[in-house]
Design a protein around this ligand. Sequence first.
Ligand code: SF4
Ligand code: SF4
Length: 105
Amino acid sequence: MSIKESKKAVVNLNICRGCLQCISVCPRGAIRVVSGRAWIDEDKCVGCGICTRFCPFQAIRMVSSKKAKKDREVKEIKDELGKLRGALFSILARIDKLSNDSCER
Ligand code: SF4
Ligand code: SF4
């Protein structure tokens, strides 16, 4: 494995403007637009770094594959937590409503 293969490109979603300039330069077709922002498929990215040179906003940086994997797992956990929080609020709201209904009788 070469040194380049141990790197992956990641997009800072707070900086990306969705201008699409990075998409056409990726030789592996690893970049897509998701919800108006660039999204990089880690499985396709070979870490060549070309996209970092074409982003006018410096929204793409190279990180080690290990860090990219860790970041992805952290994001997945945060997404799951967000869903659980939503479900919990919904349950608490139902309990509140049931409690209020029983008090009114
Ligand atoms: S580093 Fe290379 S392969 Fe990976 S997304 Fe950027 S241009 Fe594509
Ligand atoms: S070139 Fe930069 S700003 Fe434009 S879509 Fe790609 S990552 Fe986002």
